[in-house]
Design a protein. Structure first.
Length: 325
């Protein structure tokens, strides 16, 4: 039985600002291990899943910190490559009074951008039940080619392919059109996660046209999150809405990644494949239970600072769901 959740892309350092000098600038910054796909791997591992991370880490102190942080969280790092050709990417994170974050990236050049298709291990996909990527690994043409190759290899291996747009406009080269790169990846994914803002950004010709275009690919489940507002889910033959947990927000940095990690953990635990995904979505109690579980993971994450550090254990999620309506 295939059991691994293989997450591919960037791992970086989130420098969280603390204090305020009165002009909106932090007194100092505290480093946290982060990066969207790495966060998903940590979220799944903390829940008890077998999670692996594939990506390029720098041979610097930050790269060592990321590697050790992944391993300490229980993530399998056999698919991690290292390079001395570039340093680790940094993301300076500023939080407003409501816990909403903004980013200032110091990325190109950085180690994560140097991963190539040949860096995937020959048997990397043999045990993969799910393969997860985000759009941040599409911002460089060579890395984008490796991302698409990974998605194709995952499909050939029978893995469930997951894509979270996780759009960060500041990471894209000036003059580029992210939609051009996002749509081929959207068409290769079985499960797609978008925020409400990303849904609107993609819906250049309206929501119905977006959905028609998405169903022209492999996607069978689209989940659209909107903070504490009800989430929406879509399937080619059905759609619905589900309430989310409304909790005080401390830091929203890893909430979407926690949600995805929780959902992928549920899918792999139930042995969901591209072949039986339709039937699973059509069984609403199972779909709703998995989405509630993922929402609980996200709700717990917004109550904590950091990225890796914000991911909950299975016991914490179960306890939270017992005590919160």
């Amino acid at each position: 039985m295939k059991r691994s959740i293989l997450c591919f892309g960037e791992a970086l350092i989130d420098m969280h600002g603390e204090g305020n000098d009165g002009h909106g600038f932090a007194h100092h910054f505290r480093p946290f291990a982060g990066g969207a796909p790495a966060n998903v791997a940590v979220a799944a591992a903390r829940l008890g899943g077998h999670a692996r991370f594939a990506g390029m880490l720098a041979l610097d102190r930050f790269g060592d910190f990321l590697l050790h942080s992944l391993q300490d969280a229980g993530v399998d790092t056999a698919d991690v490559a290292r390079t001395g050709e570039a340093n680790t990417a940094l993301a300076f994170v500023t939080l407003d009074a409501h816990g909403e974050r903004s980013f200032a990236f110091y990325r190109p050049p950085s180690a994560d951008l140097l991963f190539r298709a040949e860096h995937f291990r020959a048997n990397a996909f043999d045990d993969a039940a799910a393969f997860h990527v985000c759009s941040n690994s599409l911002t460089d043409p060579h890395l984008a080619a490796a991302t698409m190759e990974g998605m194709h290899r995952a499909r050939r291996a029978g893995a469930l392919v997951s894509f979270d747009l996780n759009l960060r406009p500041a990471l894209w080269p000036r003059g580029s059109e992210p939609r051009t790169y996002a749509w081929p990846a959207l068409h290769l994914a079985d499960v797609v996660k978008l925020s409400a803002e990303e849904f609107d950004w993609l819906a250049t010709d309206g929501a119905e046209a977006l959905l028609d275009r998405l169903w022209g690919g492999s996607a069978r489940l689209l989940v659209v999150t909107d903070g504490a507002q009800p989430l929406r889910w879509y399937h080619p033959d059905a759609e619905g809405e589900l309430p989310c947990y409304n909790v005080p927000m401390v830091d929203s940095t890893g909430a979407g990644d926690a949600f995805v990690g929780g959902l992928l953990h549920q899918l792999t635990a139930q042995q969901i494949t591209p072949g039986n995904l339709d039937a699973w979505v059509g069984t609403l109690p199972r779909l709703h239970a998995a989405l509630r579980y993922a929402s609980a993971c996200g709700a717990l994450a917004v109550g904590r600072h950091g990225s890796f550090a914000a991911m909950a254990t299975a016991e914490e999620v179960e306890r939270f769901m017992e005590t919160h309506a």
